[in-house]
Design a protein around this ligand. Structure first.
Ligand code: ADP
Ligand code: MG
Length: 725
């Protein structure tokens, strides 16, 4: 067998074929290193062995959920298969001297051949009452002599349909054996010693196969430390151009005679087109941008503002002023729906100004594309709006000065860099462009520092005048009449409704949907899909006269745009969709949002979704429908009902997520972290990166080793993923 390395695809491991490969890809696992880094998100501790008698039934069966018990005992009735009906479950009793429990196994007849009367066993399962008798259905059972100590702390992985924690454990064991020695430590030796850290191989072994919860905790802490160093330092090493002097064009002339009369007149025409006055925060953000555009130091600014706070307007004005000064500005939107919408807004704003924006999408007709590209090349198009289609190599700009990315986390860092670096001059300076990023994800300050480094920030806190608070209610049953009634009332008043579902079809989740929290929804029957919801809505007697339609990410671009347009035009009354509507859709007449299986979404996503309503002057309502009784889910629902402040919610969100933060980080434009929690481990992050920076600055052997290790490990772990985000 050829040598297997960390960078090899998972299929190089024995037992992983195309089907498993596809499933692992859903978990963002492609290489052997990805697999090793996929540490459990929690552990079941079975080592607390009890006795059957001590299991207090009166205490526990008051509630409707079962309780887990681990115990050792002897098989006390014959485990034999029912010969008349092989379909019948296999059952037998196990006693431990204090009492006995009936074990029942479905589809596991083979166990009859494995266990015999009198065998000493270890059993773990959920106890339930059946005909007044204690019973366990499909528990874990193993012969006592085969149980090793460390088999009792059971790793639990975030999973997708068709893969079990046992599969992962088996593969990881092989992976560590084959290439664990290639793992390089990215932690300074002095810190490792001081903290009692072990080798990365050992840390991964302990994280995947701990012999105690304490050991697992320590391993996770070390891996989190390393992960944050990789991210914090590696990201810097990775983005090209770092440390090089960059210059950008001065867009707005400074000084008293800055703007000529003609431009000034056009500018006041455009401001007149606005139809409202900017809020103080908008005006101040726009002033920040104008100041940046007066300098030749490239702007590197983040505009952070809650959904609906009016960021797009600031972006639009920034583009227009750049165009007025004779230079080009590009606005990158993550979806064609959003790009089209921006195009409309900006077109209105530019009416009668003597200038026109252009829109370039993937689906733009080739002939039209050519025309637009020609206009971009000769400089007659100066306000340029589009999607990824703008990032192809065959577009040349006459005089590009400003690039704005809306919800930038949907664009790869590398992708954006394509637009940012134009030329390297003889003296080594790089001619760059001004860069503005707009985000509605309210990123806690500490997190922003890790992701964006030393980016300047403008925050828009106020909402435009006349907005009403959205009222949010938690609905604890899908059958609740409240759902239909709420829709009927608002629809009768001529308003529109969004319904959001956590999956598209029976087995299909939105691709690239990393917003789910907790267990996977693929194949989870209890989760209502877009298509199921469509049927339910169409069968509601009060709603039969209202047109409904579905919308999801994998629909054809053209259909998606059409559906969106018909919804905005008021033709479609009820839009049933996945989280595709999360970003930027603006329909001020839609004032009700119903989120099905709301427990499946993180707080940030819920908040983002809710931001689609409450955009007009009417009262808006959001119903969070969830039948989950999990404590964390209920806490999230409560937060949503109580707070409408994105910032508060974002912090709470990070706090509520467990270690590993499986789904959360990609929303923020950084790759999935496996060990670190960006909220609770933030102190570590700062401490770790500072220490490494200091060592690297001082130079020497250890600096070289770290530099080398971090570069290599970052490349393996994150580099390819950075391109995909
Ligand atoms: P964001 O991009 O921050 O989510 P938008 O820029 O899309 O917000 O603005 C949301 C809505 O508010 C739009 O319909 C926009 O026309 C409107 N709007 C923006 N600024 C103002 C303002 N200062 N006064 C009134 N309405 C505004
Ligand atoms: Mg917007």
């Amino acid at each position: 067998m050829a040598a297997v390395h960390l960078s090899n695809p998972v299929t190089d491991l024995y037992g992983i074929g195309p089907a498993a490969e596809e499933r692992l890809a859903k978990l963002d696992i492609y290489t052997i290193y990805d697999l090793i880094a996929f540490i459990p998100w929690r552990y079941d501790d079975w080592s607390d062995v009890g006795t059957i008698a001590s299991f207090d039934m009166t205490d526990r069966f008051g509630s409707d959920c079962g309780y887990d018990l681990s115990f050792r005992g002897t098989i006390s009735t014959n485990p034999s298969v029912n010969v008349t009906s092989r379909k019948k479950p296999l059952s037998f009793f196990v006693s431990d001297g204090t009492g006995r429990i009936k074990l029942t196994f479905f589809n596991s007849q083979y166990l009859a051949g494995k266990f015999a009367l009198g065998d000493e066993c270890f059993v773990h399962g959920t106890v339930s009452l059946f005909n007044g008798q204690m019973q366990m259905v499909n528990p874990y059972i193993e012969k006592a002599e085969k149980i090793e100590d460390n088999a009792l702390v059971r790793p639990v992985y975030h999973l997708t349909a068709g893969i079990t924690s046992n599969n992962i454990s088996k593969w990881v064991r092989t992976a560590l054996k084959l290439c664990g020695h290639e793992l390089m430590s990215c932690i300074p030796a002095s810190i490792a010693e001081q903290k009692g850290f072990v080798s990365p191989l050992e840390a991964y072994e302990k994280a995947h196969f701990p012999s105690s919860l304490e050991e697992a905790r320590r391993a996770r802490e070390q891996l989190a430390y390393e992960e944050l160093i990789l991210l914090g330092i590696g990201m810097k090493l990775y983005s090209s151009g770092h440390g090089i002097k960059e210059v950008a064009e001065q867009v707005i002339p400074s000084g008293p005679n800055g703007i000529d009369r003609e431009s000034a007149m056009r500018w006041s025409q455009i401001k007149g087109n606005l139809g409202f006055t900017l809020t103080e925060d908008q005006a101040s953000a726009f002033r920040d941008v104008q100041t940046d555009l007066m300098s030749t130091v490239p702007m590197n600014r983040l505009i952070q503002g809650d959904v609906g706070s009016g960021k797009t307007m600031v972006a639009a004005l920034s583009m227009i002023i750049t165009a007025l000064m004779g230079k080009q500005a590009v606005l990158l939107a993550p979806t064609s729906v959003l790009a089209s919408q921006h195009y409309k807004t900006i077109s209105k704003l530019m009416a009668n100004s003597g200038m026109e924006p252009v829109l370039l999408l993937g689906k733009t007709k080739p002939s039209e594309k050519q025309e637009i590209k020609a206009k971009i090349a000769d400089g007659s198009a100066r306000v340029i709006i589009g999607t990824h289609a703008l990032l192809t190599d065959d577009i040349s700009y006459k005089d590009l000065a400003l690039v704005i990315a809306d919800e930038q986390h949907r664009f790869g860092v590398k992708q954006r860099e394509k637009l940012l670096f134009k030329d390297t001059a003889k003296d080594g300076t790089v001619k760059s462009v001004h860069n503005l990023i707009m985000t509605a994800t309210p990123i806690p300050r500490t997190l922003a520092m890790v992701i964006y480094g030393d980016m300047a920030t403008s925050v828009i806190r106020q909402k435009p005048m006349g907005r009403q608070e959205i009222t949010t209610w938690f609905v604890n049953s899908k059958k609740s009449k409240a759902i239909e009634e709420m829709m009927a009332v608002k629809l009768a008043a001529g308003e529109q409704v969004y319904i959001v579902c956590a999956k598209i079809d029976k087995d299909e989740t939105e691709s690239g949907n990393d917003n789910m929290v907790g267990e996977p929804v693929d194949g989870d029957e209890s989760v209502t899909s877009v298509f199921e919801m469509k049927k339910i809505v169409d069968s509601m007697s009060n709603l039969s006269q209202y047109q409904s339609a579905v919308l999801y990410g994998s629909m054809k671009e053209k259909e998606k745009l059409e559906t969106m347009e018909r919804f905005i035009a008021g033709d479609i009354k009820i839009l049933i969709s996945t989280t595709v509507i999360e970003v930027g859709v603006d329909n001020p007449n839609a004032n009700v949002m119903i989120i099905m299986d709301a427990d499946r979404f993180g707080l940030s996503t819920l908040h983002q979704l809710r931001g689609r309503i409450g955009r007009g002057d009417k009262k808006s309502f959001c119903l969070l429908v969830s039948e989950s009784r999990s404590e964390i889910a209920l806490q999230r629902m409560k937060m949503m009902c109580e707070s409408s402040d994105g910032f508060t919610l974002a912090e709470k969100d990070l706090e509520l997520r467990g270690p590993g933060d499986f789904y959360g980080t990609r929303q923020h434009g950084i790759p999935t972290l496996r060990a670190a929690n960006l909220y609770t481990d933030m102190k570590i992050a700062n401490e770790a990166t500072e220490a490494v920076n200091k060592i690297i600055e001082e130079g020497g052997e250890e600096a070289e080793r770290l530099n080398d290790a971090i570069k290599k490990m970052f490349e393996l772990r994150f580099a390819r993923k950075m391109e995909q985000i």
